[in-house]
Design a protein around this ligand. Structure first.
Ligand SMILES: [Zn+2]
Length: 246
């Protein structure tokens, strides 16, 4: 199985609605477009990718989600006994970029419709990395149409964000040059990240006996889906621990 770029983006986008609040099953239900009570209660039907895989079975969708876990886009984190979906660094790098683009498109739409400036509180308390990326993208357009929105936003956010907003307004106003190499590099990094990391067997060193042992793809998948860390000990030493004769 391999997923297309759009499928990967859709799964990452769906995960954004439930990060650290739900697991694989709930993620699959968003993508299926499930009418289940929990989905509706959490307003997950408002996700732009709700029902993205509606013609597929839940089992087939869960397989795609697991593929994303195996290829280092998402991982499982245990909150108490509950397995939660979280982004890996790779997954978040892609999703932050996708969300920043989405915010910019929303502004474009509002401006094109001549809609009133929204209450900018909605941008507060979001991930700072993503918000700064959004601001960089605004700067890179060099388009003064965004300035009234930026000014409204500047009034409501925190100090560091306000400083960055002022910086972007100034850059646009002064028509400051844009570092296109940097933009290109960022886009190339996203394309690279989108490929994902193919799972492969690798060798680990045992903490007890110091011997190397193979950590297979199958074992890795098991560990990832259970949200476990890398095993510290080789199978032999693990057995010894289990039975308590050391
Ligand atoms: Zn060992």
């Amino acid at each position: 199985m391999n997923l297309t770029k759009d499928e990967k983006l859709a799964i990452l986008r769906a995960a954004d609605e439930l990060i650290a609040t739900g697991g694989r099953n709930l993620l699959s239900k968003i993508l299926k477009g499930s009418r289940e009570k929990k989905v509706l209660e959490l307003e997950l039907d408002k996700s732009p990718v709700y029902g993205y895989f509606q013609s597929e079975t839940i089992a087939a969708i869960t397989e795609k989600v697991d593929w994303m876990i195996e290829h280092d886009f998402l991982e499982i984190f245990y909150s108490g006994k509950l397995p939660m979906i979280v982004y890996t660094d790779r997954g978040w790098q892609i999703e932050a970029n996708q969300r920043a683009d989405e915010f910019l498109l929303e502004w474009d739409k509002l401006i094109a419709e001549d809609a009133p400036i929204p209450d900018m509180e909605y941008l507060k308390d979001r991930n700072r990395h993503m918000i700064f990326l959004f601001l960089d993208k605004i700067r890179e357009t060099g388009d003064p149409k965004y300035i009234p929105f930026l000014e409204a936003w500047e009034k409501v956010d925190y100090k560091k964000v306000r400083a960055k907003i002022r910086d972007v307004i100034q850059s646009i106003t002064e028509n400051a040059p844009i570092d296109l190499d940097l933009v290109e590099q960022r886009e190339a990094e996203i394309e690279e990240a989108l490929k994902g990391e193919a799972p492969q067997d690798f060798r680990l060193k045992c903490w007890d006996c110091g011997n190397r042992f193979i950590f297979t793809v199958g074992e890795q998948n098991f560990f990832k889906q259970k949200g476990l860390h890398l095993p510290k000990r080789c199978p032999k030493c693990r057995e010894r621990w289990k039975f308590g004769y050391l």
